[in-house]
Design a protein around this ligand. Structure first.
Ligand code: 5RP
Length: 227
């Protein structure tokens, strides 16, 4: 039986995804430990002459890309991306995702929405039958914190305000994150609609339609999944 090493699986998935990158592309660059492998690989390709531009989904990703010499641009200058490669916290058999473990879900969803193709890269631990063991992150505006907490508690979603070692966790957009329990919910499209309708919830970590291709590292190989 193959020994499962999540980091090795992440790296393999990232390397496989980079095969879809062509010169001249504008790329959405994801956030997280799996995306980091992809960005390092991309940096090596750029140093060998590949010409691409990246739009980063977080300040962390922007800093890493700059260190590696990957040219960056903005959504303002390049509103339509050719390809976005990003990680996920969970995916189900329909390739629906929970994202936002790293707190970058808002910019990640904007990039996914504006990308002609979205490739998700994961290790094998991210595959689930049903989404929701991983708490669903919501990005919210600080002004609305208390009212949103009350409403989500009434919906029995058990919201928890995300904290870091420095206090309340704040996103790159200076918002807060609430992590909620959605495992019991069958209809995630309906839940997503209800959540987005609450004033002050900016975005959810449910990525229900955007995945074109999912590449999962499994042992020493990769599995490619499409809808
Ligand atoms: C960040 C994300 C990441 O893609 C997700 O948390 C997966 O991270 P990792 O690759 O470290 O497992 O959504 O907001």
């Amino acid at each position: 039986m193959a020994i499962t090493n999540p980091d090795n699986e992440k790296k393999r998935a990232a390397q496989e995804a980079l095969k879809y990158v062509n010169t001249g592309m504008v790329l959405g660059l994801g956030t997280g430990s799996t995306a980091k492998h992809m960005i390092r690989g991309l940096g090596a390709m750029v140093s060998q002459g590949l010409q691409v531009k990246g739009v980063p989904s977080s300040e962390r990703t922007a800093n890493l890309a700059k260190e590696l010499g990957i040219p960056l641009t903005t959504l303002e200058l390049a509103p339509q991306l050719d390809l976005t490669i990003d990680g996920a916290d969970e995916f189900d058999p329909k390739l629906r995702l929970i994202k936002g473990g790293g707190g970058a879900l808002l910019r990640e969803k904007i990039l996914a929405h504006n990308s002609k193709m979205n490739i998700i890269i994961t290790d094998s631990s991210k595959a689930v039958r049903q989404l929701g063991k991983f708490k669903l992150p919501l990005e919210i505006i600080p002004f609305a914190l208390q009212s949103i907490l009350v409403e989500l508690q009434e919906m029995e979603l058990r919201p928890v305000l995300r904290r870091s070692s420095k206090g309340i966790f704040t996103t790159d957009e200076n918002n807060y994150i609430l992590d909620i329990s959605v495992y019991e919910w069958d209809n995630l499209n309906e839940l997503n609609r209800q959540l987005i309708a609450i004033p002050g919830i900016v975005e959810t970590g449910l990525f229900l339609e955007t995945t074109d291709l999912l590449i999962m590292g499994k042992g020493n190989s990769v599995v490619e999944l499409q809808k």
